[in-house]
Design a binder for this molecule. Sequence first.
Ligand SMILES: [Zn+2]
Length: 145
Amino acid sequence: MTHPPCPFCAADPDETDEWLLVTRLAQSKLWLSKNQTYRGHCSLVFLGRHVERLDDLDGSEFQRFVVDLRSSLQAVRHAFAPDHVNVEMLGNVVRHLHAHVIPRYQDDPRWGQAIWMTDASQMPVTKLPRAELEARVAQLRAALA
Ligand SMILES: [Zn+2]
């Protein structure tokens, strides 16, 4: 099976149709999803070169990425006070190392389950007004500061 060119390596935008950049960390970029069904849903994308999985990293890359992941988890917990946080590293759609950081709430649509249990087209979509989305980015930046 062949895969299209890596979208994370092909361009370096601050925003896409689906994601808004929060910040650059030591070895990654943290993005906020524009689908806010899970309040504070982020993705941490490995930065520096194309790799597919954690086992592709050398020791120092691994250490910096995991520290970035911990910082992201702490920021999400501080900013949004979820009941739980999932970290999902699947790579089934985009084969570039990234981790979804998904705050979970007892009243969310799939509490107690993974959020991706059906085709992505069946995911509930929650779009926010721009100002509210940017306020969430600001909350995360403040929590990371
Ligand atoms: Zn890549």
